[in-house]
Write a protein that binds this ligand. Structure first.
Ligand code: IPE
Ligand code: IPE
Ligand code: MG
Length: 244
């Protein structure tokens, strides 16, 4: 695989944990635990392939509506994974950042997030964005509110609110736009994920349930990505003329 043809930023909607658990006659949380193992494999493979940014959807703002035991179990798993994995992330040069509205999380979980972010902040091989209590609309709304406040205080002219301004107001401002968005589990929807950053992403919907997603499945998505012609509004002829 040629490194320069690969995506710089891969985003994943890790879906299918509960169906995996049902299929294996296991409790729901077993599916989420198996999903955490899959994430570990994919992080390693992203490093092998030289991907610079990996963003994963861990918990949506809509997921609070799930049964209480599942939500509590997910929170415990999140905290445990952060504590258990930090040393390995540091060893592999991974910088982790948790992105989303933290106000609904427990103090213990917020502390585990802060500790993991601080310990890994020097990682320079892979930036891992974990989107938790996140929704794409929340994100855009927060940027709009920030702009409105700056306009009110006279620090910003409305005409200065551009595509670039809104991008820099995002917590992902230092990451390239999403090149490849993968959703596992067979559903073909975005579910309020990185709406702004995925404006021109290539989309791949995989039928593989997230806990079964492995290095081979990840490489398969990268192989599909490199066959796509990204035109960004231009014609195929223009793109080919540029390459030659
Ligand atoms: C994704 O798997 C994990 C989270 C939403 C936290 P699901 O739990 O949605 O699994 P399915 O889609 O119901 O199989
Ligand atoms: C999206 O999965 C959120 C995560 C993967 C964390 P869901 O399973 O919650 O998505 P919908 O609601 O079925 O679209
Ligand atoms: Mg689901």
């Amino acid at each position: 695989m040629e490194a320069d043809a690969l995506p710089a930023h891969v985003a994943i909607i890790m879906d299918g944990n509960n169906r995996w658990a049902q299929l294996h006659h296991r409790p729901r949380l077993a599916g989420h635990h198996a999903g955490a193992d899959a994430l570990r494999r994919v992080i390693r493979q992203a490093i092998v392939r030289g991907i610079s940014t990996l963003s994963v959807f861990a918990f949506s703002s809509e997921n609070w509506s799930r049964p209480r035991v599942e939500v509590d179990g997910l929170m415990r798993l999140f905290e445990k994974s952060l504590r258990d994995e930090t040393a390995a992330l540091v060893e592999h040069g991974v910088r982790i950042r948790i992105i989303g509205d933290r106000s609904a999380f427990s103090a213990r979980l917020c502390e585990a997030m802060a500790v993991a972010e601080k310990a890994t902040c020097r990682g320079d091989r892979l930036t891992l964005n974990v989107l938790a209590n996140y929704g794409g609309r929340w994100h855009i709304t927060a940027a709009a509110q920030q702009a409105a406040q700056l306009v009110r205080s006279g620090e910003l002219e409305p005409s200065m609110i551009s595509d670039e301004w809104l991008s820099q107001a995002s917590p992902l401002a230092d990451c390239p736009d999403v090149d490849l968005l993968i959703r596992t589990g067979g559903e073909q929807r975005i579910s309020n994920f990185l709406l702004w950053q995925s404006a021109y992403a290539e989309l791949i919907f995989s039928d593989v349930l997230w806990p079964d997603f492995d290095e081979i499945a990840f490489d398969g998505c990268l192989n599909t990505f490199v066959t796509r012609e990204r035109r960004f509004g231009r014609t195929s002829e223009q793109i080919k003329a540029q390459i030659c």
